[in-house]
Write a protein that binds this ligand. Structure first.
Ligand SMILES: [Zn+2]
Length: 113
């Protein structure tokens, strides 16, 4: 598949808010990503926490950013999914090397179990 072609798997996981279409629906998008991972269509390359904990960690307000890098097994793209307690969520296609360049810090002590 051409890199520039929208992918039905990873790119369709991005869900916008019905009432405010300029805003990403965080929960719906996260749920779609979880579904694709559970179905084996995508997998997490590296993330601050398990995907299932993204929203509870955001709501806990203990970390500034929570990010995931996911690989799409259908098109091979790398997806960046980032939540920020003081900003808008980010869902974008990135290059694989950006996973290594990200300034990772251990946030496991903030995980809500
Ligand atoms: Zn894809």
């Amino acid at each position: 598949m051409e890199k520039s072609q929208p992918c039905d798997c990873c790119e369709s996981a991005l869900i916008y808010n019905n009432e405010y279409p300029e805003y990403i629906n965080i929960k719906a998008t996260n749920d779609e990503l979880i579904k694709r991972c559970n179905a084996g269509k995508m997998h997490v390359i590296r993330g601050d926490c398990p995907l299932e904990m993204m929203l509870s960690l955001l709501e806990a307000d203990t970390v500034y950013t929570i990010v995931q890098f996911l690989h799409c097994n259908v098109c091979g793209k790398t997806i960046f999914w980032g939540l920020c307690i003081r900003g808008d969520p980010i869902f974008k296609i990135v290059e694989r090397y950006e996973v290594e360049q990200w300034r990772w810090t251990d946030k496991s002590k903030y995980w809500i179990k």
